[in-house]
Design a binder for this molecule. Structure first.
Ligand code: NAI
Length: 265
């Protein structure tokens, strides 16, 4: 795919994976619309990029804010070729103890943010009538649930399901919009910082979060490498973008085999 002069929108672009995607797309010669709730960090990312950038401070959980993001993007560039619904947060704790507001916030951002992105951009991409791309960031946590992070697992399974529905709908209507779901393993980023800094946790939860952070630091790939692997899949027309397949190689078949045992007799 020749991405030169095409337009990408990236949500959660002020940090981590979103920033990596923004830098990669800028390197491909794309024009960018970068959205994040953190305006200051977004501004500094925009200034570091050598391409035309529009920044929009937006909370992806807010339907009107995402509609406004789409309006701004089309007002400035007249087209959007690639949308990364990427913004997301972590929430940890025992499933029955997590503060209801924190649980809801994770759902509002991680899954409603993706739904809001599709609601605002699909009709416009449809109208545009050209080949376009939507990439929703789930996680390997959207394929295998983990203890002590139910809001995250629930929301990421939902991102996978929503993406599968959206993908099938594009096929049903024969629309030239390629939908992909990105399921990264550990990527070095800020995800374990802000939302987890709040509140105090049961020692088992704090230990688990610490372990995850260490796993991220030790085994995580860089956002730049993640972006490179994601684009290899997008360019190949793939729905499933699984940049670190080795992370799933043992545990995913175990899950599926248990279900297959139940249905194969
Ligand atoms: P990060 O914390 O470094 O970056 C997330 C960005 O999203 C931040 O700039 C933050 O300000 C922004 N954001 C948070 N809430 C927002 C909202 N309501 N509206 C707009 N922007 C908002 O985290 P990271 O790791 O880069 O996460 C990006 C995505 O990748 C998330 O969906 C996450 O679940 C997913 N992911 C991350 C993995 C990792 O190991 N870092 C692994 C698998 C998936």
């Amino acid at each position: 795919m020749d991405w030169q002069k095409k337009v990408a929108v990236v949500t959660g672009a002020a940090s981590g994976i979103g920033r990596g995607l923004a830098e990669h797309t800028a390197g491909l010669g794309m024009k960018l619309v970068l959205a994040d709730i953190n305006g200051e960090a977004l501004e500094s990312v925009a200034q570091s990029l050598d391409t035309e950038v529009l920044i929009v401070v937006a909370d992806v959980s807010d339907v009107d804010a995402v509609e406004h993001l789409a309006e701004e993007a089309y007002a400035r560039f007249g087209r959007v070729d690639l949308l990364f619904n990427n913004a997301g947060i972590m929430a940890a704790g025992f499933s029955w103890e997590i503060d209801p507001q924190q649980f809801q916030r994770a759902l509002d951002i991680n899954i409603n943010g993706v739904i809001n992105g599709a609601r605002a951009f699909v009709p416009r991409m449809k109208e545009q009538g050209e080949r376009a791309f939507i990439v929703n960031t789930a996680s390997i946590g959207g394929l295998l649930a983990s203890p002590l992070m139910a809001p995250y697992s629930v929301s990421k399974f939902a991102v996978v399901a929503f993406s599968e529905s959206l993908h099938a709908e594009m096929a049903l209507l024969q629309l030239p919009i390629q939908v992909s779901v990105l399921c990264p393993g550990p990527v070095t980023s800020e995800i374990f910082k802000s939302p987890l800094g709040r509140g105090s946790y049961h020692p088992a939860v704090s230990g688990f979060v610490q372990q995850l952070q260490q796993h991220l630091d030790a085994d995580g790939i860089s956002p730049a490498e993640l972006a490179r692997r994601a684009f290899a899949g997008i360019d190949a027309g793939e729905f499933w973008l699984i940049p670190q397949p080795e992370m799933l190689r043992e545990r995913y078949p175990q899950r599926v085999e248990k279900i297959l045992e139940k249905i194969s007799t």
